[in-house]
Design a protein around this ligand. Structure first.
Ligand SMILES: [Zn+2]
Length: 294
């Protein structure tokens, strides 16, 4: 199923964390060290219509590379370097964090890095019917980005978008938008982390949600699009929801919970099945957490 996730252009809130830095690039490669692979030697060339459309821009200028779980398409090695260096590390971290025992996918996730702004805009026009000033979007197993988006905030933005295509592999179908965006935010904030006592959960968050801005959980969970007038609160509250569930309940159960939902289970029923918790109970505790957490 195709679901487009917009990359929001800015971080919704200023968070400061001090905890264990978990993402360490495999190495610091020089631009020329991305080992190129010709199109016909790639182990996976199965693309969505959007993916095919992306490669129709720039003609033969696209270069390709691949690692264990990803195929990279790029025009300029310099622009692709950050993503090439980080993708597998994020993949492993998310897999370990969720306690995923087996990645059921043989297929690779594809990442397209555009270097040319007019081409990027035209591509957005063609596949999304408009240009939305977002630096990237995903459609399940593919991530499309313009280079600037991760030049500006490399770790945060990349981690957010990569989380979408990585989580997609570990689930069986779509999940609530707020859980999907909340988890991507939750993971990406780890990019802002610095080592602290070796305790990844000793978070110091300076932003909580003002009581009058709080979106009731019931409403948050029914949102199918980010609300235009509350984009920042939506992302922030979604992240807090994931954080609350992970901090307060067993994180491996969190994966079980996401899986139930991805199989079509209703949020409330999954909550009862996995956590033996009533929605009203979560609702009440979460609101207190969201408006007071610091
Ligand atoms: Zn997103």
């Amino acid at each position: 199923m195709q679901r487009l996730h917009l990359l929001k252009p800015k971080s919704p809130a200023v968070f400061t964390f001090a905890f264990l830095a978990l993402f360490i690039p495999a190495s610091s490669l020089l631009a020329s060290e991305i080992p190129g692979v010709s199109w016909r030697d790639l182990s996976d060339t199965d693309l969505s219509p959007e993916g095919k459309s992306a490669l129709s821009f720039h003609g033969d200028l696209w270069k390709h590379a691949e690692t264990e779980h990803f195929v990279y398409h790029f025009i300029d090695e310099k622009d692709a370097k950050t993503v090439y260096e980080h993708a597998e590390a994020y993949y492993q971290w998310i897999k370990n964090f969720l306690g995923v025992e087996r990645d059921p996918w043989k297929k690779k996730s594809h990442i397209f890095v555009f270097s040319d702004k007019p081409a990027w805009q035209k591509f957005n026009q063609r596949v999304r019917g408009g240009f939305f000033e977002a630096g990237g979007f995903t459609n399940g197993w593919e991530l499309f980005m313009f280079r600037e988006s991760f030049w500006l905030a490399p770790e945060k933005v990349l981690a957010h978008e990569l989380t979408h295509i990585i989580l997609f592999r570990f689930l069986e179908g779509p999940i609530d938008l707020s859980l999907n965006e909340g988890f991507a935010e939750f993971v990406s904030f780890r990019q802002l982390a610095v080592q602290f006592d070796g305790d990844e959960y000793r978070l110091h968050v300076v932003a909580h949600i003002a009581k009058e801005q709080f979106i009731p959980l019931e409403t948050l969970l029914t949102m199918r699009d980010t609300p235009a007038d509350k984009v920042e609160i939506f992302y922030q509250e979604s992240e807090l929801l994931v954080r609350f569930m992970v901090l307060n309940f067993n994180k491996k159960s969190f994966y079980g919970f996401l899986r139930e939902i991805s199989r079509g289970e209703d949020f409330k029923r999954a909550l009862r099945d996995v956590y033996n918790l009533e929605f009203e109970d979560l609702n009440e505790k979460f609101e207190v957490f969201a408006v007071t957490y610091r």
